[in-house]
Write a protein that binds this ligand. Structure first.
Ligand SMILES: Cc1c2[nH]c(c1CCC(=O)O)Cc1[nH]c(c(CCC(=O)O)c1C)Cc1[nH]c(c(CCC(=O)O)c1C)Cc1[nH]c(c(C)c1CCC(=O)O)C2
Length: 346
């Protein structure tokens, strides 16, 4: 076991702890008034991502309130397409908008050269954070996994059923592979720089893995993730990596075994007994309270939290949500959740 007071890293090394480490996806964000104030000071959301002082500040804000066991770098998965040369804007209330790349002929616009010029401020944020966080808190770096980042690059925005990317990937697999290869390389370089700057763990967000066929999942989720894991481990053999393939249910065992990730993040829809029996035996798991229960609070939130702790707390486990905190969440519910988990005796 690692000789560290950071419970988050101990859980990732396979230790079963009496109280699981806790952090929450999107723990920095619009539900906090202090985030909204810093974001207004920064100008736009992207200005905030590329401002090391302010990005560091918003990463620290939830730690000041809730004593989480891990901090996650404040940035976004879409800085990679932007660094590759694709135009990106976040329009108020509409989410991200990119100049869509619908087929292989659009790939010429992308270039790996100079990505670190764009991403440099983010490495600086990681470095500042590594000095600023409490000694018991671990620092998580992250990136989107290639398939998920590609969904935004090809659709040009968020989507419900991803018609354009599925048509591209299924119809021209060799052309689409070129896009995935570019993303594997950019993501590897980006994450290596985050680790160099002080990130102690990496999370790969595969938010839209669940829309693929089994064949597609193997080729466009498992394969690229496996390559990134191998590339990172070639330089940092002990680096803990969490894969979060959202909505991928029964694929999770294959995902864990074939990619070599250290731990698997769980969305709120997975069957917990199945996870305990089939997945947690293979390594640590993280999840999976429905973020909507953080809005309702009270008994529905505590009852489900108890069920999660009873089922997954007997093995290596990190408490988290099944997806990110939403802006409507009352901050006091987050404090109540953390206290409940820390006080829970089983
Ligand atoms: C798909 C995806 C994105 N970004 C991300 C994902 C994967 C996880 C997931 O599925 O949520 C990942 C992400 N985005 C953000 C973080 C920061 C770290 C954290 O606290 O977890 C992380 C890890 C900040 C953010 N990223 C975004 C915000 C809100 C921006 C704002 O302040 O207006 C934050 C705090 C914006 C964003 N960024 C993205 C979308 C679709 C949106 C718009 C939706 C929304 O407005 O909530 C792309």
């Amino acid at each position: 076991m690692p000789n560290t007071q950071k419970t988050f890293l101990r859980a990732l090394a396979g230790e079963t702890l009496p109280v699981p480490p806790i952090w929450l996806m999107r723990q920095a964000g619009r539900y906090l008034p202090e985030y909204r104030a810093t974001r207004a000071e920064a100008g736009s959301f992207l200005d905030l991502c590329y401002n090391p002082d302010l990005a560091c500040e918003v990463t620290l804000q939830p730690l000041r309130r809730f004593d989480f066991d891990a901090a996650i770098l404040f940035s976004d998965i879409l800085v990679i397409p932007q660094a590759l040369g694709q135009h990106l804007a976040f329009k108020q209330g509409e989410g991200p908008q990119l100049e869509a790349i619908r087929d292989a002929s659009g790939l010429g616009k992308l270039s790996l050269e100079g990505i670190h010029d764009t991403l440099g401020p983010i490495y600086e944020t990681v470095s500042k954070l590594s000095h600023a966080i409490p000694s018991s808190t671990a620092l998580i770096g992250f990136a989107g996994a290639p398939w998920t980042v590609a969904t935004y690059m090809v659709e040009g925005k968020g989507s419900k059923d991803f018609p354009n990317i599925r048509r591209f990937a299924y119809g021209d697999p060799d052309g689409f592979a070129k896009l995935i290869d570019i993303l594997v390389e950019a993501t590897t370089q980006y994450l290596l720089k985050q680790v160099e700057a002080g990130a102690e763990c990496i999370q790969l967000f595969e938010t839209w893995g669940g829309v693929l066929s089994e064949t597609g999942f193997n080729r466009w989720v498992i394969e690229p993730t496996k390559q990134i894991v191998a590339n990172l481990r070639a330089v940092h053999p002990d680096l803990p990596i969490i894969g979060f393939p959202r909505g991928c249910g029964l694929h999770l065992v294959d995902f864990k075994q074939k990619t070599g990730v250290t731990a698997v993040g769980l969305d709120s829809g997975v069957k917990l007994d199945w996870v305990a029996e089939n997945l947690q035996k293979l390594g640590p798991v993280q999840g999976n309270l429905d973020p909507m229960l953080l809005i309702t609070g009270g008994d529905p939130m505590f009852d489900e939290t108890k069920r999660i702790l009873d089922t997954l707390g007997k093995g290596p486990f990190i408490f988290n949500l099944g997806h990110g905190i939403t802006p409507e969440t009352p901050p006091e519910h987050v404090g109540q959740l953390v206290n409940f988990i820390r006080d829970y005796k089983g």
